[in-house]
Design a protein around this ligand. Structure first.
Ligand SMILES: Nc1ncnc2c1ncn2[C@@H]1O[C@H](COP(=O)(O)OP(=O)(O)O)[C@@H](O)[C@H]1O
Ligand SMILES: [Mg+2]
Length: 308
């Protein structure tokens, strides 16, 4: 895989905050990368440094194959977290305006603008003023704006966070289409959005990169067996459960428990399940449900972002 962007020891200190703390990663050409993390993790700060809007305190950002002294913005299309539009412009005028800002001629901007309005599915609204657009339409126009100069890397900061469920769905499917044409980096605080779109994932927490790599290998590497037990609500069974949970082997990790059930991560599923079944039979416990499952990316994400 050809590397498009290489980031090394990137750090940003604001006066009182270490917003980005020594992070490094690579983005491969053609990949769709999710930058995932809770609010305040440092996603926007990272993105603003990549786009050149913010000067890093230290570290390097390298676009491979870029000529020396070439303006990075030629390669990057950027949709900020809270984009601003001139409400009095029409969608079409806005694209002609941004196209010209990117160095296209008036004629090329108009042609490309028209093409993109269709591409993002708002061509019929092209003649209308942006002030009348819905959130989803504005976000599509923002995507068109970011694509106007055919960037190698499309950078989207929380592209769907401010949208209602319908707008969200529309913009998600649009990004899913666009990602086959160009390399995409998008940030989100919603794991599900990352899982739906990305090939690679970067999980940030408190300025640091907690986990990074291809989504599938992260999912594989963090898959652990879970035993999930539910009992009928009788006192005897509940008492047994409370006692049993106190004396489970060391390699059992209780992830949730109630008076009539528990979810437990186990290392050796076969042995653990047999031991549990033996107890259940011996004590004649009334089991409502015993299930084997696996930890999900959600479990991992929660662990990463809530770990002390
Ligand atoms: N311009 C700034 N001045 C001071 N602190 C900032 C500035 N921008 C961001 N921060 C702080 O840096 C941290 C990371 O913020 P941000 O990159 O916006 O996170 P995210 O986008 O993941 O929500 C936060 O603690 C935030 O308050
Ligand atoms: Mg942000």
């Amino acid at each position: 895989m050809k590397t498009l962007l290489s980031v090394d020891k990137l750090t940003k200190k604001f006066e009182h905050t270490l917003a980005v703390d020594d992070i490094g990663f690579e983005i491969g050409e053609g990949r769709c990368v999710a930058l995932l993390g809770p609010n305040g993790a440092g996603k926007t700060t990272t993105i603003r440094m990549l786009t050149g809007l913010l000067q890093p305190t230290s570290g390097s950002i390298q676009f491979l194959g870029m000529r020396q002294n070439q303006d990075r913005r030629e390669w990057i299309g950027y949709l900020p977290q809270t984009p601003a539009f001139y409400g009095w412009m029409t969608g079409r005028e806005f694209l002609i305006f941004t196209g010209q800002l990117c160095g296209l001629s008036a004629k090329d901007s108009a042609l490309r603008g028209e093409e993109l309005l269709t591409r993002v599915g708002i061509s019929s609204a092209g003649k209308r003023k942006i002030s009348g657009y819905s959130g989803g339409m504005k976000q599509r126009l923002g995507l068109a704006q970011a694509l106007i100069h055919r960037p190698k890397l499309l950078v989207l900061d929380e592209p769907v966070s401010a949208l209602d469920p319908i707008g969200r769905r529309e913009v998600m499917s649009l990004i899913a289409e666009i990602k086959s044409e160009t390399t995409v980096l998008f940030s989100t605080h919603v794991l599900h959005d990352a899982e739906e779109l990305c090939d690679d994932i970067l999980i940030m927490r408190e300025g640091c990169l907690a986990i990074s790599g291809p989504l599938t290998s992260i999912r594989e590497a963090n898959r652990q067996s879970i035993l999930s037990l539910e009992l009928e609500g009788d006192n005897y069974s509940q008492q047994w459960l409370a006692g049993w949970l106190k004396r489970v082997p060391k390699d059992f990790k209780i992830i949730s428990e109630s008076s009539s059930g528990a979810r437990i991560i186990v290392q050796d599923l076969h042995t653990a399940r047999n031991a549990l079944l033996k107890e259940i039979a011996e004590y004649e416990i009334r089991v409502a449900k015993l299930e084997v499952g696996y930890t999900t990316l959600e479990d991992l994400f929660l662990k990463v972002v809530t770990a002390p």
